[in-house]
Write a new protein. Structure first.
Length: 317
């Protein structure tokens, strides 16, 4: 797995809402922030507090950001925003067209530097400011290091847009980072138990977190590639999966609550018939009462409880 955290990719002379030659006033009031999903929207809301008004375009677990068709309302949300948060890497490609269509200027933050991440300072939107943070697996919200990097850039951008609120932004950011470090400690505790044991991911949604937790990925590469490329899983891969489900070192099977089809469901059912726990993880925050930190804490709770269930002798020790 390739993961690379990148520094700011481009700086610009003008950001929407900042001082210009024609307007020497300092903007006041909440900052309009538009995020592609409620994952990144939650992080911006946590750090910005009362000084942000966040619109998350995709915020329902039943919606797949990969295939989302934006509306005129979505374009307006981007056009009115002073800051836009994009996952990037092709995950939420619909946002690229909205950014291209939107008039005016705005800060654009991307979590993944991928084929759909453009530096508009060299194109028509030469007034936009862009940052890139990670390259590799597009599901980078399951990587706490990348999330912290994005949080750092959210802090920097919000401070630039509303310097009078810098103290509040910094305090909120510090709280977020402190809580993120608690999650990292919990992830390390999971690693102490899970290291060397297997997990079978029907989709690679949480593979970054699972690798950091010490699990060995046991799903056949051909199966994962077929799922990612949205093609049929070969009978050979299905037969290989059935054999893997007999391995005593395999602790659980991971599914994506938002992306499934008949073949993926049949593989999950096969695993369950073998007595393996089948754990569903999500691409979006599934509970409106949770923020990003709550969601990830719940994911770690579920993974730890499953490991404890499968390895009761570790609890006794």
């Amino acid at each position: 797995m390739i993961r690379k955290v990148l520094a700011i990719s481009a700086a610009t002379v003008l950001v929407a809402g900042c001082t210009s030659a024609e307007d020497n006033s300092t903007p006041t009031g909440p900052i309009a922030v538009t995020a592609t999903t409620n994952v990144w929207g939650s992080i911006a809301e946590f750090i910005g507090g009362d000084m942000v008004e966040v619109t998350s375009i995709v915020d329902q677990p039943t919606i797949d950001p990969h295939s989302y068709e934006p509306s005129a309302r979505d374009l307006l949300a981007v056009q009115d925003a002073e800051m836009v948060l994009v996952n990037g890497g092709g995950y939420d490609a619909f946002m690229e067209s909205l950014i291209e269509q939107a008039e005016g200027t705005r800060v654009v933050l991307r979590a993944v530097a991928g084929e759909n991440s453009h530096d508009h300072s060299d194109e028509d939107h030469e007034d936009e400011e862009e940052h890139s943070h990670a390259e590799g697996n597009e599901h980078v919200w399951y990587d706490f290091h990348v999330v912290e990097e994005v949080a750092d850039q959210v802090l920097a951008s919000l401070t630039q847009l509303r310097p009078d609120s810098a103290g509040d932004f910094q305090a909120n950011h510090q709280t977020f980072v402190d809580e993120l470090e608690v999650l990292e400690v919990r992830l390390e505790a999971l690693r102490e138990k899970a290291l060397g044991y297997g997990v079978f991911s029907i989709t690679p949604l949480a593979s970054i977190m699972l690798e950091d937790a010490g699990f060995d990925e046991m799903a056949p590469e051909d199966l994962l590639e077929a799922v990612e490329e949205e093609r049929d899983i070969s009978p050979a891969s299905i037969a290989e999966a059935e054999a893997i489900f007999e391995d005593p070192d395999l602790l659980m099977v991971i599914t994506n609550d938002q992306v499934t089809d008949t073949q993926m469901q049949s593989i999950a059912d096969m695993a369950a018939s073998k007595g393996l726990p089948v754990i569903g993880l999500a691409e979006l925050i599934p509970n409106e009462d949770w923020d990003y930190l709550d969601w990830m804490a719940n994911n770690l709770d579920v993974l730890m409880a499953t490991v404890d269930q499968q390895l009761p002798e570790q609890i006794e020790n």
